[in-house]
Design a protein around this ligand. Structure first.
Ligand code: 5GP
Ligand code: ZN
Length: 138
């Protein structure tokens, strides 16, 4: 299913042109229009899923296999020093485009983003930690 109001549906379907670095039946991989670093790319499924919760497990698996292949390719082609793989779900998590996408962000020594792609650390009590452990244990 495509969503006619979704920009990433239009881009992944080729209706809006993009700087595509890879394409197959299931995905299009494009350069981010407002990159964190040189080479910042986005893996877009061609089907519309707002987020990881909506996406079938099989597609999620394929996206990760593709990310693995691209990580190697991008690191060799760009000679970057590292690479972040990020994927935001929901406004609270920083998602701004509500069509699933995985960020591939090449990292370079001194790229000026060291303080941005990280978070503050909480100091939890043993009780709080235990409560969370209980909630999350499958
Ligand atoms: P989010 O914050 O939802 O995880 O990431 C959305 C990303 O999509 C941002 O990094 C933003 O720069 C990128 N983006 C938004 N609109 C467009 C667009 O029209 N074309 C491309 N190539 N990237 C876009
Ligand atoms: Zn879409």
């Amino acid at each position: 299913m495509r969503d006619s109001n979704c920009i990433f549906c239009k881009i992944s379907g080729g209706e809006i042109p993009s700087k595509t670095i890879y394409e197959d039946e299931e995905f299009r991989v494009i350069l981010d229009i407002s990159p964190a670093t040189k080479g910042h790319a986005l893996i877009l499924p061609k089907e519309h899923y707002a987020n990881i919760y909506e996406m079938p497990e099989e597609t999620a698996g394929h996206a990760m296999i593709l990310a693995k292949k691209l990580a190697k390719h991008m690191t060799e082609a760009l000679q970057c020093d590292g690479l972040n793989i990020m994927q935001n779900n929901g406004e609270a998590a920083g998602q701004t485009v509500f069509h699933y996408h995985m960020h591939l962000i090449p990292r370079y020594e001194q790229d000026g983003n060291a303080d941005k792609l990280c978070w503050n650390h909480l100091e939890l009590s043993q009780e709080e930690l235990e409560e969370i452990h209980q909630k999350l244990s499958l």
